[in-house]
Ligand binder design. Structure first.
Ligand SMILES: [Zn+2]
Length: 467
């Protein structure tokens, strides 16, 4: 972060009238310093439970400020740079090298395109891609902290720090699902009447039935959450001094997120579960922080609920991996990360009602699970069309090839798809995790061993380049 800020500062200095950028950069630096101090206190661990929570909340606030600041800086920078570029263009004096933020190294671009191709084939199908090339998204690297699909430019932006980490690319599949749902909505809600041709290209000939089923299911989900959790949300909000019952609009957005999560699991397999467990572990470990994060960003279901249903998707129907090799390890590793047993599916009244955060998570999970097995999974299957999904054979092939690759450095990647290689990368991370943190080691041990294995990860990366 500091390095990026320094770079931003240097760019800011090279641009005319950029004192506001300099100001924002300094503000961000101050916040990074504060966050580091608090993190250290939390890591040292000699604070009481209440103080730790207060620090955690303060840290959350300051991280939010850093995020906002970072996106402000990137916006200001892009405005300034494009205006300076335009000025130079007017003077017939263009130096594209000055636009460092937007130049993607060739190899990174190739790898991103291969992953995007796999997503587009799985989510849209080859026919749609050929027929409507301008409706399918492209990928760009943009200096903002999260993956984002912009319906305006039909672009998926990837954070620069993730651009060379294929372990994280299941998020790309998630955003491609958002783009397809957006295109479906455009087709169904076209100005006068649905665009029938586009709707049937996206959903097949029975698009009307699918649309009705979708509406009914979303309504059922929203009503269930409202009926069972309205009061809980209200009380939880009043704890953070806000009088707010969760509106239907947000529940509609959460329903879309569930569809995208389920679709991503069906395309990328365990890679998305590893990723979600990895990035949301602190929030899953402490229901209080997890629910607080959910209340402040109502667009997504709570993280631990997402983890639970994604794991469930890989244990039912055509995606059932439950008795495949190494599958139980995924549970063990995610359990280790988040500090409890995910296999114990909470019952609706399983939790003590006094613990409202626990209650919210338990009931929310119960509602999604209730709708998941037939209805949500069925709807996602119809949205994805007939494209092949992640199944037992594919997972077994990945595990077999991973184990071969440990003894044979010449990895033959002919029959491997990009997301196979991403899953292999996660298997390696899982092994490093098991042999360090799993055996009572520290994160420092983990990262030391992880850096020793960089050639293995580089090899996987090269396989995608050469494909
Ligand atoms: Zn999403």
């Amino acid at each position: 972060m500091r390095k990026r800020l320094r770079r931003a500062e240097r760019i800011a200095e090279s641009l005319p009238n950029a004192s506001d950028i300099g100001l924002r950069v300094r503000e961000a630096e101050k916040n990074v310093e504060r966050a580091r101090k608090w993190l250290k206190v939390i890591q040292l661990g000699n604070v009481g439970e209440d103080d730790r929570r207060a620090l955690f909340m303060a840290l959350e606030g300051v991280s939010y400020d850093i995020d906002i600041c970072a996106s402000d800086i990137s916006l200001l920078l892009s405005q300034r740079m494009s205006s300076s570029l335009l000025r130079k263009r007017e003077q017939k004096f263009v130096k594209p090298k000055t636009l460092r933020y937007f130049v993607i190294p060739r190899q990174t671009r190739i790898v991103l395109q291969k992953f995007l191709d796999e997503c587009l084939n799985a989510i849209y199908g080859q026919n749609f891609r050929t027929r409507y090339p301008s409706l399918t998204p492209i990928v760009t690297i943009w200096p903002r902290p999260e993956y984002h699909y912009s319906s305006f430019s039909r672009t998926i932006s990837i954070p620069p720090q993730d651009a060379t980490k294929m372990c994280r690319f299941s998020s790309l599949a998630h955003e491609v699902c958002h783009s397809k749902i957006h295109n479906i909505m455009v087709a169904l809600k076209a100005e006068k009447e649905p665009n029938q041709e586009l709707a049937s290209s996206l959903l097949g000939a029975d698009w009307k039935d699918i649309n009705e089923e979708w509406g009914r299911l979303e309504e059922r989900f929203i009503n269930l959450v409202k009926r069972k959790l309205d009061k809980t949300y209200l009380t939880l909000y009043s704890n953070i001094q806000d009088k707010f019952i969760v509106p239907r609009r947000y529940l509609g957005l959460q329903f879309t997120e569930i569809l995208c999560d389920v679709a991503t699991t069906k395309i990328c397999g365990p890679a998305d579960i590893f990723l979600l467990g990895w990035i949301s572990a602190p929030y899953c470990r402490d229901p209080f922080s997890g629910v607080r994060r959910h209340l402040l960003d109502l667009n997504h279901p709570p993280d631990v609920v997402r983890l639970r249903y994604e794991l469930y998707v890989l244990q039912i129907g055509q995606n059932n991996l439950s008795d495949s090799p190494r599958f139980p390890e995924i549970f063990r590793i995610v359990d280790n990360l988040i500090g409890f047993d995910l296999r114990s599916v909470p019952k609706e009244k399983w939790y003590d009602h006094q613990k409202l955060s626990d209650y919210l998570i338990g009931t929310y999970t119960f509602i999604v699970m209730k709708l998941l097995e037939k209805d949500i999974v069925g709807l996602v299957d119809r949205i994805l069309g007939g494209s092949p999904q992640f199944d037992k054979d594919r997972w077994e092939r990945i595990v077999r090839r991973y184990e071969e690759s440990l003894s044979n450095p010449m990895l033959n990647s002919r029959d491997l798809l990009p997301y196979d290689l991403a899953n292999m990368a996660w298997l390696k991370v899982a092994d490093i995790f098991e042999s360090t943190i799993g055996k009572g080691g520290t994160y420092k041990n983990f990262w030391t061993l992880r850096s020793k294995e960089r050639f293995f990860f580089k090899r996987l990366w090269n396989c995608v380049v050469k494909k």
